[in-house]
Design a protein around this ligand. Structure first.
Ligand SMILES: C[S@@+](CC[C@H](N)C(=O)[O-])C[C@H]1O[C@@H](n2cnc3c(N)ncnc32)[C@H](O)[C@@H]1O
Length: 183
């Protein structure tokens, strides 16, 4: 069971968002394949750091923000209070509807999930994508063992690598950014 964040953690995340929102989260959002009408999933949305920028790119689409933590989801609702194209989902990925999303993204989430849970989380994420849909993740490079497991699980679930690169993220260090397409 995932523990809830302390108030201080939420405060620090909000501060990082205010100080580095554009250089960290907007750059990631700008790289996502969003034209404006897609159904998009932010898996592990936290306080809505990336979602804040993605929601602005979806005038005709919708964004589902999912988090296992009620407190993070509450903070996310606050960040996104001015947007009307958002759904909020609390809980586990296994409850996700099948073949529903054009795009799902995970920003610094998968490395945080225990290996035993990744074995069900990643298939559920893959199932939730429409055929031809895209999965994008950005995860810290230092967790190389976890990254190798993530890559293996992703490729076992009908997702084909389209693009992968290492980027240096302000305050966060090197991260692996990968894009997969569901076949
Ligand atoms: C490091 S935070 C990143 C939040 C946000 N994506 C960002 O980059 O600011 C990781 C988030 O993943 C969520 N999380 C962890 N395990 C999860 C799971 N199994 N299902 C959904 N969310 C999860 C946590 O509650 C937390 O909000």
């Amino acid at each position: 069971m995932k523990s809830e964040p302390a108030r201080l953690e939420i405060f620090l995340a909000r501060l990082a968002f205010l100080l580095c929102g554009k250089s960290v989260y907007k750059t990631f959002a700008d790289g996502l394949p969003v034209a404006g009408g897609e159904r998009v999933l932010d898996f592990g949305c936290g306080m809505g750091t990336v979602a804040y920028y993605v929601a602005q790119k979806l005038p005709h689409g919708s964004l589902t923000c999912l988090d296992i933590s009620e407190r993070w989801l509450k903070a996310c609702r606050k960040t996104l209070r001015n947007f009307r194209n958002i759904d909020y989902l609390h809980g586990e990925s296994v409850a996700l509807p099948g073949e529903n999303f054009d795009l799902a993204y995970c920003h610094f989430v998968l490395h945080d999930i225990p290996e035993s849970e990744l074995a069900s989380v990643i298939p559920a994420l893959a199932r939730s994508l429409k055929p031809g849909g895209t999965l994008v993740f950005r995860e810290p490079l230092e967790q190389i063992k976890k990254l190798n497991l993530i890559k293996r699980l992703v490729e076992q679930n009908r997702l084909l690598l389209k693009d992968s690169r290492i980027t240096d993220i302000p305050l966060m260090g090197n991260a692996l950014e990968s894009v997969y397409i569901k076949y």
